[in-house]
Design a protein around this ligand. Structure first.
Ligand code: GDP
Ligand code: GDP
Length: 437
């Protein structure tokens, strides 16, 4: 189930990032923050009333260096309209309606997207009735909140949840592997896309995806079925030249959500950039299987050590993807492009893999015997049992007497042990702790 995207828009200083942090703080700590990509984030996983979604702070997407000017806010709003399912427009209730608010509201009114209007900085509902003035933005009822104190934010979240698209599985070909291509502008996404579908000349037809202008392309290879997610999005060249390229993360979110296997494409001539890390970090946190593809390999001057040096660099920069295969290709010459689909098949198999409970528990007992969980103070930590609760990605429940005492480092040890025994190459795996006496 692809999670919906909720974007915060509004002029600077109204409290978007404060609200963003509050919404991000709601999620249960099921997923550990990915080391190395936590700083300076524009997206976060969130959850409310049993619905998981992704919240994006468009205020963090800067197109120009220096002051945030009206054109910048305009672009951020347009991005939100393009990429989000629900938009939260944030205003400062203490300052009242400003011309910039009116500009943003105008853009949102013309778009065909659900909008919730959050009137922020209302700490005293009796005193600050000024927020009612925001009715005139024509975006419906302003919801007074205080992001800083978390006042009335539940009301706001209820309104957001009510506008999310229904939590139905989208209609899809269950037998096809859904592939997303992600990466910064110019790394070679559309070149690889053309290689993958063009060379084989087996395009069945293009089918519309869930979003307005997303087009998915099904194809067959070696008897198997695949769908390339959002091929229109890959082909469409961005008119906006973003110095920080933060926009490419936002672009990738929906495609990643809708896919099974993600091809994370790097440019060999630029190695691993901050932006690459952010995109890769999102893929990992979204729990999608993935392959690291180093493209433009034809441009690299090579000795017999070059590939090993690249391997080391990537493992260092993308530590959290230690489980992902790395492939060196040239979309231009076609070098090793055929291997891409072979590795996709392999990784997809790991992603959907189900391990019998008896085998899991045998491995667990051995792992605990070799390296018992450190006791938390006076409490003795016992791990009783493990069972696989889900595939895609493989997820396991661990039954433990004191889950709160089991440290992330011990979970990492268990994860590594599972990988040593069962593989799971290319797929994240999840361990969920369940309390049992
Ligand atoms: P952004 O530029 O829209 O992301 O705004 P920020 O989240 O950075 O907030 C701008 C300023 O408003 C900061 O000084 C915040 O501490 C303050 N602020 C944010 N939310 C509230 C609130 O609910 N009440 C009050 N009084 N101040 C707030
Ligand atoms: P996208 O923005 O990620 O879709 O990137 P494109 O596929 O449009 O490629 C950007 C530029 O890099 C184009 O000029 C391509 O011809 C070039 N390019 C793509 N792949 C390769 C490659 O493997 N080798 C070389 N030398 N150039 C490439």
């Amino acid at each position: 189930m692809a999670r919906a995207i909720v974007a915060l828009v509004g002029r600077p200083n109204v409290g978007k990032s404060t609200l963003f942090n509050r919404m991000a703080g709601l999620r249960k700590a099921i997923v550990e923050d990915t080391p190395g990509v936590t700083r300076d984030r524009i997206y976060e996983q969130a959850e409310w009333a049993g619905r998981e979604f992704i919240v994006v702070d468009t205020g963090g997407i800067r197109f120009e260096e220096g002051d945030i000017l009206a054109p910048e806010v305009k672009k951020q709003s347009e991005l939100a309209i393009e990429e989000a399912d629900v938009i939260v427009m944030v205003v400062d209730a203490r300052e009242g309606v400003t011309p910039e608010d009116e500009m943003v509201a105008g853009i949102l009114r013309r778009a065909n997207k659900p909008v919730v209007l959050a009137a922020n900085k209302v700490e005293d509902f009796k005193k600050h009735l000024g927020y009612l003035d925001f009715y005139r933005l024509g975006l419906g009822e302003p919801i007074p909140v205080s992001a800083i104190h978390g006042m009335n934010t539940d009301e706001l979240l209820d309104a957001v949840i009510a506008l999310l698209p229904p939590a139905e599985e989208e209609e899809k070909d269950e037998l096809a592997v859904r592939i997303a291509l992600v990466g910064r502008p110019n790394v070679g996404k559309s070149s690889l896309l053309n290689r993958l579908i063009g060379e084989e000349r087996v395009i069945v037809s293009e089918i519309p995806g869930t979003t307005r202008d997303a087009i998915d392309t099904p194809f067959r290879y070696g008897g198997n079925r695949y769908v390339l997610i959002d091929t229109a999005g890959i082909r469409r060249k961005s008119r906006i030249k973003e110095p920080t390229e933060r926009y490419s993360v936002l672009r990738a979110l929906r495609a990643v959500e809708r896919s099974d296997v993600v091809l994370i494409i790097l440019d060999a001539t630029e190695r691993v950039t901050e932006q690459d890390k952010k995109i890769a970090g999102f893929v990992h946190e979204a729990g999608k299987s993935n392959i690291i593809i180093v493209n433009k390999w034809d441009l690299v001057k090579k000795t017999e050590r070059t590939m090993k040096e690249f391997d080391d660099l990537i493992r260092e920069e993308l530590k959290f993807l230690a489980y992902s295969p790395i492939l060196y290709i040239s979309a231009l010459t076609g070098q090793r492009v055929k291997q891409v689909i072979e590795v996709v098949d392999f990784v997809a198999e790991q992603y959907w893999r189900k391990v019998p409970t008896a085998e899991l528990n045998k491995v667990l007992r051995e792992a605990v015997a070799v390296n018992p969980p450190p006791g938390g103070g006076k409490k003795r930590v016992n791990i009783f049992y493990i069972t696989q609760i889900k595939t895609g990605p493989p997820s396991f429940a661990l039954f433990v007497n004191h889950p709160e005492e089991l440290h992330f480092s011990y979970l990492r040890y268990l994860e590594n042990t599972l990988r040593e025994n069962f593989g799971f190459e290319g797929t994240p795996i999840r361990l969920v702790l369940r309390q049992r006496e």
